[in-house]
Write a protein that binds this ligand. Sequence first.
Ligand SMILES: [Zn+2]
Length: 427
Amino acid sequence: MGEPALPKCVPLGLSPSFGFGDRIGLATPGHVEALRRSGSGIEPIFPQQSIREMVRTGRNPAGVMKDALLGSILAGWTGKIGADADHLKTPEDVDVTSAAGFTFFTIDPSGSVAAHADDYDEATLRDRFAQVVAEVEWIRPYQGRSIPLPTGTTIELDEPACLRAAVKYGRAVNHAVALADHIRRVSEAAGREYEIELSVDETEQPTTLAEHYIIVDQCIARGMKLVSLAPRYIGDFEKGVDYKGDVVALERSLEDHAAIAGLLGPYKLSLHSGSDKLSMYPSLSRATRGRFHVKTAGTSYLEALRVVARHDEALFRRVVDFARSRYDGDKATYHVSATLASAPPPSEVADVVELERQYLELWSEVPAGRGFTRPGRQILHCTFGSTLTDPTLGPAIREVLVRNASTYDEILADHFARHLDALRSGL
Ligand SMILES: [Zn+2]
């Protein structure tokens, strides 16, 4: 008697799709139940982990793959499964994830993006362009073109827009194309179908329509098998909380981005940090006419902590204390606005139901006029790596989840069915 044969992951093409990242490896049965409940026709990606997450949780691509696929078998899932090797930056990242059977490769060239190019004045812009011009000669033919979109918007590729795109994303495009070539070679050698997402979501400044057009046109012209693009959209996409911004303006902008995707592809528009952004989901599915991909990751971890709160109060209190002690150090790479002062230490909250509410539900105002957020969720969200790799807390959390698997499945099913229903409502 060995282990059951694991299903093979496949590309999902242009079908609407949803990525259920799982940092612990026990969430897939709950994800499957959510898909059953919502009956949404949205295709799942169960194995999904970025290299950064694997480093922080001490996991590896083969382990992530195996946990997710075993979970899908356990839950009786017989549909297609995609597998997302998320935020890949180097050829080595591709090699290790391809070897584990991943089929959806997310290229992240953000290390080569000039993050502050939108703030350059014209003199600085020309100066920076002169520094990269030898690498971005391909920008020239775009200059002076005017691209009318079916939405009525026209993209003017005038000289300033082209210079800025070349300075901001020129090297990133070259880097992404080289990585895509590597993905093609590795996948062909393995005899495996594959698809590529290009993600520039982790930049400070929104991706303009001109930038979207130029980046993708270049990538496709140079052979990238692009199935989805994750631009940096307008508004704020903080971890663990709903969308912060003007949803009407966002939908108009999504319609324009989707029109470009229809013109150059078609390919899907992808939303990262997608958990809890329910207010903008109908806009996303409506504007893209169902050509979307959504990624969530941290939210399954937060819901795991809800199981801990309900079944092991003492452990939940320790996790919250520990998270508070690590938050200021761990939050560096995340887009969050919570401060420690905006959520009470567990010692000041006698009732565990109230503590769960404080750390997993409550919205409160952020100082200095920075709007509202859910400080507890953000404090727990950013510290997942420290918590899960802690020699006592990590195993203790897993044990609670294993002992209370039906609670965890139910909480996840409810949580994600609401996500899938919100997306479906715009279809
Ligand atoms: Zn991302």
